[in-house]
Write a protein that binds this ligand. Sequence first.
Ligand code: AMP
Length: 286
Amino acid sequence: MKILRNIEELNSYKKNNNKKTVGLIPTMGALHDGHLSLLQASKNKSDISIVSIFVNPTQFAPGEDFDSYPRQIELDLEKLRLSNADAVYLPQQNEIYPRPITLSTKISLPRVSKILCGKSRPHFFSGVLSVVLRLFNLVKPDFAFFGEKDFQQVHIIRTMVIDLHLNIDIISCPIYREKNGLAMSSRNKYLSNTEKDVAGILFKAMSEAVNLYSYGEKNCHSLIQTTKNILSKNPKIKIDYIDIRDSISLKKLPTINNNSRIFIAVFYGRTRLIDNLSFSTSSQNL
Ligand code: AMP
C-alpha cells in the first residue's frame, strides 16, 4: 500500500497508474468496518482505490469536537493494509487549505444544507463540500464512495457534482451496523460499552416505525411520534430531530411513499449520533 503524504507523491502515483480507473474513499480516519465496506465497494468497481484521511476543520463549528476527534493513524494504516487498499492519501491542512481558512473559497448549497443536520450544524455541509471538491480536484477520481449513514451528505455531494459538471460517479453504500443495530461511527468511540448497548435504541425505534408501517400505519406524524416515544424512555438521549422524508428529494412527507426514509439525530450525553432507515424493506441493511 502506497502512503501519499503530499500532492507531489499523489501526482506521481497517479501518473504511474494513468490508464487505470480510480476510486476515492474520503474519510476522517478512526476507521471502522463501515469505512472498510466503502473500500471494498471501490475495489469491486475501480482499478485502484485511494482512501483519504483528513480531519477537516471547516466542517466543525467552534466548540464542536475537532480537537478531540479520534486520531489513530497507525492503526488506520494497518487496517487499510489488511484490507488491501492500493493507496492512502494523508494531506496536511496547508495542502488542502493553502491560504487562511477564513479567506478561502467556500462551496455552499442553499436550502437542502439547512434542513435535518444542517439546521443544528449550519456550517457543516459547506465545510463538507469545500473539502470534498478539493479532494476531487486533487485526486481526480472516476468514482467516489460515500456511506448512506450520512444520507443527506451523499445527497448534497451528488447535487454539487451535477451543479458543477464534475465528471465523477458518486456511489452510495449501505449502512454498516453493530450487532445491536447501532450504526458504526468514529464518534462511537466517545461511548462506553454500556452506552453503545443502550444506543442500539436508535435502530430499534426506527425499526418500530418501519414495522408499524408494514401493519398499515402510513401517517408520518404518528410514525415519528412512535419513534419519539421509544427514544424518550431514555432520559440521557436528547432528540435533535426525527423526520420522515422522501429519499430522492429530501422533502418532508405527510404520508409514507415508495421512497420514504426516517432520519434521526440525537445527543447521547455530548455525543451526537445520526442514523436513517428506509421504509422499503428491500433497502434494509443490518
Ligand atoms: P467519516 O470518516 O465519518 O467522515 O466517514 C467517511 C465515510 O464513511 C463517509 O462517506 C461516511 O458516510 C462513511 N461511513 C461512516 N460510517 C459508516 C457506516 N456505519 N456504514 C457505511 N459507511 C459509513
